[in-house]
Design a protein around this ligand. Structure first.
Ligand code: PGA
Length: 222
């Protein structure tokens, strides 16, 4: 398979620092490096620095991402995590996850500002969409199709439907767009999604928390 593949762990609001470091020391040495495949772990903000350090020390083939970032640059924005600060540790930011759109009122305009900040500071914006109609900010080349019914429910979309949504997104936004699938992905069903022509990887929530299961997930993408 020649396409680029992304396997991205979205830990959401989980893992103490001890649990995070246990995960890295289990997963890191067990996943092989493979050309054209990026494995990314997205911890909570407070875990990011130590997780990054552990990956560097172990020389593991893992990138670090965040699950959100500030729509503003550094400055008087209490409580915000600015892209310029995060850049020292992370390569990617998940933006516009449906949990943020629903629970924190994130609008397409806010997501666009965040994507702008990410790009300005060389962080890859990964924008989550619920269907092919969700607006995608200009210049974003990495998108995750995550239908609400599939998130955390054990009820994934069909690979065929995910492929056809990915196809519509590419037709709308250009063929250089990479589209991931997310929603109840496990080591059991990942292959069926990766086999689809327009799916370039997966964004994995619940199943990524268990280090043994995550190693299996990465093995499936070999
Ligand atoms: P899930 O979450 O794998 O637990 O369904 C995916 C996501 O929300 O990114």
């Amino acid at each position: 398979m020649n396409k680029n593949l992304w396997i991205i762990a979205n830990w959401k609001s989980n893992k103490t620092i001890a649990e995070a470091l246990d995960w890295v020391s289990y997963v890191g040495p067990r996943i092989g490096k493979k050309e054209n495949r990026q494995v990314v772990v997205c911890p909570s903000f407070v875990d990011v620095h130590e997780v990054k350090k552990a990956i560097i020390v172990g020389n593991y083939p893992l990138l670090v991402g965040v699950q959100d970032l500030s729509p503003f640059d550094t400055g008087a924005h209490t409580g915000e995590e600015a892209a310029r600060v995060l850049k020292d540790f992370v390569d990617l930011a998940i933006l516009g996850h449906s949990e943020r759109r629903e629970n924190f009122g994130e609008t397409p305009e806010i997501v666009a500002k965040k994507a702008e900040q990410a790009k300005l500071h060389d962080i890859i914006p990964l924008v989550c969409v619920q269907n092919s109609g969700t607006p995608i900010p200009e210049g974003v080349k990495l998108v995750a199709y995550e239908p609400i019914f599939a998130i955390g429910t054990g009820n994934p979309d069909t690979p065929e439907n995910a492929n056809s949504v990915a196809d519509s997104l590419k037709q709308k936004l250009g063929n250089d767009m990479e589209v991931l699938y997310g929603g109840s992905v496990t080591s059991e069903n990942l292959r069926s999604f990766l086999n689809e022509e327009n799916i370039s990887g997966a964004l994995i929530g619940k199943a990524s928390l268990d280090p043994e299961e995550f190693v299996k997930i990465v093995e499936v993408s070999l």
